[in-house]
Ligand binder design. Structure first.
Ligand code: AMP
Length: 639
């Protein structure tokens, strides 16, 4: 089921998409059959199926699992055991996921009330981080080809809706992250780092004709600052040729804009003199950028300076790259919070989310790339994996779900998964995948809603990542992570006689970089003194609380904050006594049930935010950057 087609032939690509979506059911059947035939003798599958490859038996006997269930197998492979404990094809690398994705500040009325309460999902295990260690998803050589096939199919879809893309260049700002080496010598790295470092990426269609402004060497530079500087420099030098700009996620693109705000003078000076700054020391970056920045160009420098030096940066993308037709960044899921900021900078350019993918598997394509962000749906490609869907109930603003328990420990009521073509319009589901790389009935952790069908293939709106309350960049903070961090921080107040009675949070992305904001309601211990003002509350201690929260958050948060600088200083807003009662009244007025009311640990509604903000008596910011160092795992080498 590894398909291929000529990426230069848009018509063939579109025809293939028609066929895949028309024959979705049959293809899913073939995919499962192939996966089972190949892997029935692996330790994992044979323990449930005893060598059988029957679909019904598979669904009856093989349990729906979380990462914790497959982790022992993956760790065994990382430690040198043969791949065939889970996969007949050799596992060639492990794709790390340090994070979980994504809640949303959701401004779309249809989904708004779902987010008023925290989504409550009953799980067989918590879907949080895995003891602070990265999750590692198996990958094979063939998997790279499957991803390449997927990427190539994005091209005809874009060409169908936007003319003239072949007459210019794409400025895609792409970055790699550090990798580690497992004790058995397998590389463990994020999925995109793996892809960008592969030959498949280097040989991507048209790359040798320089249709991208960023030379591969600048993308592959491990120093993210040099990489960003050089990619922007190349994008500026070739500004007249640029027809599309983008990054993977909205947050990364906005980070690039912020970088441009900080460095435009230096970038312009390089363009003026034709000389690249001395601090760019990476040899690959220097030589590849030099071949683009060939001569002094004072006119270009002046005209960019004029745009950047103006009073406002509103519409700056369109002004600097006047021929660009769209911005390609994912703005669904948690990235929806960046839409207003992107709109400010974009000058009315469409924001395009092309694909939905993860470390486990690449899932689906947006067949209508020009649709509004709130209308974006992804069509899962039936040849990528075998997909199942666990229905998620939605009642009174909460989603709940019951798990099929065959083979799994614990007593849960049984709910059957449904196949790809059997999902129902308007229904919510949790996505479960069986991949070609050794994951069987694996819970991805995403909730999707069916919005329609393309031929026989369902289309899904990404609703949310389970159990994530805060996310600014690639950080994903769960309710549990937040509770842990707040619990650590409030210890600083207790000796002073203050109690934290309630808290909540929201990701403030109104300025760049965005930051976590916590609302705290405090009271004095014992004598019922209520803190309506800041009397007795020491500002330094509160700043210390902010820092303590940051220090207690996970690796990715601290990396974004300390290294990438993509998250700003955490803020605590102390609110008046009774604020959380007012919040409850508001949530009840919006349909939350009194019996089931729980304080939302992250605020999703503008109105709720206004209520909290109107009762703030003091604001405090973290004054320190939390400690961070590159990830180390015992027995694993850091590169
Ligand atoms: P990772 O494995 O770290 O790359 O994260 C994959 C996760 O990112 C998915 O399971 C989703 O939760 C989220 N994600 C990926 N693509 C999208 C998208 N287009 N819209 C919303 N969320 C997405």
């Amino acid at each position: 089921m590894l398909l291929s087609y000529n990426p230069n032939d848009s018509e063939a690509g579109l025809k293939l998409l028609e066929d895949l979506t028309t024959d979705a059911n049959q293809i899913q059947g073939q995919v499962l059959k192939e996966i089972l035939m190949q892997n029935a003798r692996t330790d994992y599958l044979s323990s449930f199926l005893d060598g059988h490859v029957d679909k019904e038996l598979f669904k009856k006997k093989v349990p729906v699992v979380n990462y914790e269930d497959v982790k022992p197998y993956i760790e065994r492979i990382a430690n040198g055991e043969r791949s065939d404990i889970i996969s007949s094809q050799p596992i060639t690398e492990l794709l790390t996921r340090y994070t979980k994705f994504s809640p949303v500040i959701c401004s779309w009325p249809s989904l708004k009330h779902i987010f008023l309460n925290l989504v409550h999902v009953r799980l067989s295990h918590s879907s949080g981080t895995s003891g602070g260690q990265p999750k590692m998803m198996p990958s094979t050589a063939e998997d790279l080809d499957r991803k390449t096939f997927f990427y190539n199919l994005l091209v005809p879809v874009m060409n169908k809706y936007v003319d003239g893309l072949d007459q210019g260049k794409g400025m895609y700002l792409l970055f790699i992250k550090p990798e580690i080496s497992t004790p058995s010598g397998l590389k463990a790295r994020p999925v995109l780092t793996s892809y960008y470092k592969s030959d498949n990426f280097r040989n991507r269609p048209y790359n040798r004709y320089n249709v991208y402004t960023s030379p591969d060497e600048t993308i592959l530079c491990s120093d993210s600052k040099q990489s960003m500087y050089c990619q922007l420099l190349c994008g500026l030098v070739q500004r007249d040729e640029v027809r599309r700009v983008g990054a993977v996620f909205a947050s990364a693109f906005l980070r690039a804009i912020k970088f441009l705000e900080d460095y435009w003078k230096e970038l312009c000076s390089n363009i003026r003199t034709g000389q690249i700054s001395d601090w760019i020391t990476d040899p690959g970056c220097r030589s590849s950028v030099s071949s683009i920045l060939r001569k002094p160009d004072p006119d270009l420098a002046n005209s960019i300076e004029k745009e950047c030096g103006g009073e406002s940066w509103e519409g700056i993308i369109k002004r600097i790259w006047p021929r660009t037709k769209y911005i390609e960044v994912i703005v669904t899921g948690s990235m929806a919070q960046y839409i207003p900021t992107l709109e400010f900078y974009s000058g009315g350019l469409p924001l395009i989310s092309t694909m939905y993918a993860s470390s486990e598997c690449f899932f689906g394509i947006n067949f209508k790339p020009l649709s509004k962000p709130s209308d974006v749906s992804y069509t899962l490609l039936p040849n990528m994996a075998y997909f199942e869907f666990l229905p998620v109930e939605k009642s009174h603003g909460e989603t709940t779900q019951e798990v099929q328990c065959n083979g799994n420990s614990g007593s849960r009521s049984v709910k059957e998964t449904v196949d790809l073509v059997d999902v129902k319009l308007g229904q919510y589901y949790e996505l479960i995948v069986t991949t070609f790389t050794g994951l069987y009935r694996y819970r991805v952790g995403d909730i999707l809603m069916v919005t329609g069908f393309y031929n026989n293939a369902p289309q899904f709106r990404f609703v949310q990542r389970q159990n994530v309350v805060l996310s600014i960049d690639t950080d994903k903070t769960s309710e549990e992570d937040l509770l842990k961090a707040v619990t650590e921080a409030k210890k600083l107040l207790e000796p002073l006689g203050f109690l934290l009675t309630e808290y909540t949070s929201y990701p403030d992305t109104s300025s760049l970089p965005g930051r976590y904001v916590l609302f705290w309601e405090l009271k004095a211990k014992g004598n019922n003194i209520i803190i309506n003002e800041l009397k007795g509350l020491n500002g330094e201690i509160m700043e210390e609380c902010c820092s303590r929260v940051e220090e207690s958050l996970d690796y990715v948060y601290r990396r974004c904050r300390a290294k990438d600088k993509s998250i700003g200083a955490l803020e605590i807003r102390v609110v008046r006594h009774g604020t959380f009662d007012a919040l409850m009244d508001y949530c009840l007025s919006q349909g939350s049930s009194v019996n089931q009311y729980k304080t939302p640990r992250c605020i999703k509604s503008d109105d709720a935010l206004k209520i909290l903000d109107s009762k703030v008596t003091g604001r405090f910011f973290s004054k320190k950057v939390p400690f961070w160092e590159p990830y180390k795992m015992e027995g694993y080498a850091t590169k």
